[in-house]
Each structure stands twice: as structure tokens, then as C-alpha cells.
Ligand binder design. Structure first.
Ligand code: SF4
Ligand code: SF4
Length: 207
């Protein structure tokens, strides 16, 4: 297999915004003993836009992404990117990196793993091997399950605003506490367990 050019590239770790799901946050926080606020930013969404984490009864909601070392704009490095003088770079949390990073630069369309049209990778040969295709397919299936679980977790959090009649606000730290405590109860080990996630979704969140 052709070696990935990531070590001398790091383009995606600088240019892109990396959304994270609940499993990503739980894994990084527990494996690396970090507080979410040390590596995540909560990005404001448009008022009443579907799908976000609600923080108040007036419709304010946010979504989570990896922080950058400086301002949150393209070109600034991910908070976890280690950069060396010889222009090489490494991910400091590689084995625990978020699912978005695990699947980049591939997308899954109609059951086929294929290159993202606007992939930032300087070389594309390494993307095409059968071995890599199988790895990405598995990562994408895992990510879909994680996202499904996370949607249920966020929906459950958001439901508290449905019963509240007066203006109430929560801080993002309160959401982080809820998230980590809930994922702790799921009993995940170090390796991702698809069957456990499926079971949690059907037993804890089916209506
Ligand atoms: S842009 Fe492609 S080659 Fe560069 S670091 Fe990201 S995945 Fe690796
Ligand atoms: S977590 Fe790692 S792989 Fe993902 S953007 Fe940051 S440095 Fe890159």
C-alpha cells in the first residue's frame, strides 16, 4: 500500500472545521483526561435551526467542533495538531481522533466509498487501494452509528425545554457534564462496539 502523505501535509487539520459527536467527546475526554472545554468550541446555530444542542428556551442552540489553536477560521491549525520545524505534522490524539478525521477524505455514496470531490490531499494514489476502502467503509459505518446515538442523546437533552414555561438557560458546561455522565453509563470499552451501540439505541431511546 502506498503510504499516506499525511505526515508532511496536515492540510485537512488546518483548513477544515471538524464537527464532533458525543462518542468522540466522551472518548477523548476519558482516554486523555481532558475537559471538553479544553478542545471543543460550541458554535452558535441560527435561531430554531433543527438539530442543534438547545441551551435556552428562546431557541438558542449550538453544535460542537474541534477547537483551533487560534481563531476558528480556515488555515488555523486544529488544537491537536503537532507541528514540527521540518514541516512535518502529527495528530496528537491519533488513536482517539474524531470520526470526521477517521473518514476524511472519503465519502460513502450509494454503498460505495469514494474520494470527496474537493479532497485537500496532495496525492490521491493512496486513497484507491482495496485495503483502504475496507477500512474507510468500516469507519463510516461506525460513524453513522455514533451519529445516530448522539442524535438521540441530544434530542433527550433538548426535550427538557419542551416542558419549561419560563425562560431558562443552560451553560455548555452543563451539557458536557450531562453528555459525559450519560456516555459513562453506556459501558463502552476502548474499542468501538457496534452491537453495544445498536442495543443502547433500541433499548434506551426507542419510543
Ligand atoms: S489532506 Fe489528505 S493527505 Fe493531507 S493530512 Fe488530510 S487526509 Fe492526509
Ligand atoms: S484531531 Fe487530529 S486528525 Fe483530526 S483535525 Fe485534529 S490534528 Fe487533524
Amino acid at each position: 500500500m502506498t503510504a499516506p502523505p499525511c505526515g508532511t501535509c496536515g492540510a485537512c487539520c488546518r483548513e477544515l472545521l471538524v464537527p464532533v459527536n458525543g462518542y468522540d467527546v466522551w472518548r477523548i475526554s476519558r482516554q486523555l483526561n481532558l475537559q471538553p472545554k479544553e478542545y471543543i468550541v460550541a458554535l452558535k446555530r441560527k435561531k430554531n435551526q433543527e438539530g442543534g444542542i438547545k441551551l435556552s428556551t428562546d431557541g438558542e442552540s449550538v453544535s460542537l467542533a474541534l477547537a483551533k489553536k487560534t481563531e476558528m477560521r480556515p488555515g488555523n491549525s486544529c488544537v491537536f495538531l503537532l507541528e514540527f520545524k521540518n514541516n512535518e505534522s502529527r495528530c496528537a490524539v491519533y488513536s482517539n481522533r474524531p470520526s470526521t478525521c477517521r473518514v476524511y477524505p472519503m465519502v460513502y455514496r450509494k454503498g460505495i466509498v469514494t474520494n470527496h470531490e474537493e479532497a485537500l490531499c496532495p496525492e490521491t494514489e493512496w486513497l484507491k487501494t482495496r485495503e483502504m476502502e475496507l477500512i474507510w467503509k468500516e469507519e463510516m459505518e461506525q460513524r453513522a452509528l455514533q451519529d445516530q446515538l448522539y442524535k438521540n442523546v441530544v434530542d433527550t437533552w433538548n426535550q427538557k425545554f419542551l416542558v419549561s414555561r419560563k425562560l431558562h438557560r443552560y451553560t455548555i458546561e452543563e451539557f458536557y457534564d450531562y453528555l459525559i455522565a450519560l456516555y459513562d453509563t453506556f459501558g463502552f470499552g476502548e474499542a468501538f462496539e457496534p452491537d453495544r451501540v445498536k442495543s443502547i439505541i433500541s433499548n434506551s431511546f426507542s419510543s
